[in-house]
Design a binder for this molecule. Structure first.
Ligand SMILES: NC(=O)C1=CN([C@@H]2O[C@H](COP(=O)(O)OP(=O)(O)OC[C@H]3O[C@@H](n4cnc5c(N)ncnc54)[C@H](O)[C@@H]3O)[C@@H](O)[C@H]2O)C=CC1
Ligand SMILES: O=C(O)[C@H]1O[C@H](OP(=O)(O)OP(=O)(O)OC[C@H]2O[C@@H](n3ccc(=O)[nH]c3=O)[C@H](O)[C@@H]2O)[C@H](O)[C@@H](O)[C@@H]1O
Length: 440
């Protein structure tokens, strides 16, 4: 079976490579020529641990190719995955322009039966919209081909995308057609034949599962962040609270780490989008809206806390350690670091920033503040002569930082540890004016 994956971003590229690793013939297609050129030179355009080695061996084995040719991809593949971006519009709803473009191209080039699989996160009803779009192009072409639509949402986490795709918690297949569902079992044969749970359902339910899962995780994070807020006021310890809560199997300890608020390309986008979807049906999703509001406040609260503890920001220099929205990725989409830096600059601070992978992307996202930000080679250069150091992302190397060396390099000695990396270290409290999240 030949599989085409349209869109080679964080999702399409990883899925395409892993499907090749599962033994399928895969074409990864993208409109961005620069990206495809890099891939054809053996360069992975994103930072995702473990991906390159798997890519190399599948290219070598002749199972994986990269191209910009949509016509070739459609005509030579039996199954076509749509894995393009669905970024948020101004009103918070998902922009389906790229998905519809791909659907139009599929309609334009189809020459035999195809299974069109939607992997992008899309509003409920998009499967139907993709079907109608392809059909409308057939009408223009005055041709008719049979095809089926499948919704197969993706649950990978950036930074852990390889292992998440190699052994997912579950695979969701939403389809109206037995034939397409059988083909999807072949696509994921390796997973279907091991113990991976498969959920077969209709297209709308599959589409909604993705939003429900992401929203639930976002709610969990906002919940613990509110507990952190209260814990600070009553002098309790949010980490112990999360630990003890998580011992109840019904709650689980996962996604109970208090921090600067959730970021990334999906939780903020998908929570806003599901709220907008519900509004179209006259419904208000109060729990999810609450999580969104709490998350916005959480990011602002970080800046307020620094302002209050340091008596304002005018003339102060702050080291920001970690720019990507989480460790092990270069992705800075909706990263808390961006809002925090903007907030600090607005209050008059100068920034020294360092991130193991997120520097390049953060620089263009923060272009309007370029004059107030110095980008540094490493964490020690970033903290030299600063008034405060802020741990924004929990990169492993920041856990290992020498606190004594830090002390000698900094001008004043505030640490805002937004990930509680050093919260259990007694030395940090002796050496610094130390502010963790959700505990004294
Ligand atoms: N990033 C993540 O961790 C996850 C993302 N998702 C969802 O997957 C989808 C893709 O997300 P990412 O991979 O992060 O996006 P991305 O922005 O990294 O990649 C999208 C790719 O699609 C390409 N593209 C756009 N229009 C195209 C067209 N007409 N033909 C061919 N290629 C085209 C772009 O050039 C880009 O390379 C989104 O709906 C997202 O919500 C789902 C699970 C995880
Ligand atoms: O739809 C998506 O794109 C993906 O979104 C998330 O994955 P991702 O955004 O890569 O990263 P997460 O590890 O979920 O973290 C998201 C944000 O929540 C924050 N977070 C996470 C966990 C936690 O306990 N506390 C917390 O603040 C992280 O710092 C980060 O800003 C989901 O975990 C994936 O299942 C999903 O496929």
């Amino acid at each position: 079976m030949k599989i085409g994956v349209v869109g080679t971003g964080y999702v399409g590229l990883v899925q395409g490579i892993i499907l090749a690793e599962f033994g399928q013939q895969v074409i990864c297609m993208d409109v961005e020529k620069d990206k495809i050129d890099l891939l054809n030179k053996g360069i992975v355009p994103i930072y995702e641990p473990g991906l390159k080695a798997i890519m190399d061996r599948n290219v070598e084995a002749g199972r994986l190719t990269f191209m910009t040719d949509m016509e070739y991809t459609v005509q030579n593949c039996d199954v076509i995955f749509i894995a393009v971006g669905t970024p948020p519009k101004e009103d918070g709803s998902a922009d389906l322009t790229y998905v519809i473009d791909v659907a139009k191209n599929i309609g334009k080039f189809v020459n035999s039966y195809k299974v069109v699989v939607n992997k992008s996160t899309v509003p409920i009803g998009t499967g139907q919209l993709v079907k109608e779009t392809i059909q409308s192009i057939f009408n223009v072409r005055n041709k008719e081909y049979s095809f089926d639509i499948v919704s197969n949402p993706e649950f990978l986490r950036e930074g852990k995308a390889v292992s998440d795709c190699l052994s997912p918690d579950r695979v969701i297949i939403g389809s109206e057609s037995e034939r397409a569902a059988e083909i999807m079992k072949q696509v994921y044969k390796v997973l279907y034949q091991n113990d991976t749970p498969f959920v077969f359902t209709d297209i709308q339910t599959a589409e909604m599962i993705k939003y429900a899962a992401n929203s639930f995780l976002a709610v969990k994070i906002s919940f613990i962040n509110e507990m952190a807020l209260l814990a600070e006021k009553v002098d309790a310890n949010v980490q112990k609270i999360a630990l003890a809560m998580g011992m109840d199997e019904r709650i689980s300890p996962k996604f109970l780490q208090a921090g600067p608020g959730y970021g990334g390309s999906c939780f903020p986008k998908d929570t806003n989008d599901i709220v907008e979807i519900a509004k179209k049906y006259g419904e208000e999703l109060k729990v999810i809206q609450g999580a969104i509001d709490a998350n916005k406040k959480q990011k602002l609260r970080m800046v307020e806390k620094m302002m209050k503890s340091m008596n304002g920001m005018k003339g102060k220099t702050i080291a920001i350690l970690g720019l990507s929205f989480k460790p092990e990725t270069d992705d800075c989409r909706d990263a808390p670091s961006i809002d925090i830096i903007k907030g600090l600059c607005d209050k008059g601070a100068s920034i020294k920033a360092y991130c193991p992978q997120g520097m390049k992307e953060a620089q263009w996202r923060l272009a309007e503040f370029a004059q107030s930000i110095t980008y540094c080679e490493d964490e020690y250069e970033a903290i030299e002569n600063v008034d405060a150091a802020v741990f924004v992302t929990e990169w492993h190397q920041f856990r290992e930082i020498s606190l004594t060396k830090m002390k000698s390099l900094m001008k004043d000695h505030y640490i805002f540890d937004l990930r509680n990396l050093h919260a259990n270290n007694k030395v940090v409290r002796q050496l610094y004016k130390y502010y963790p999240v959700g505990r004294r």
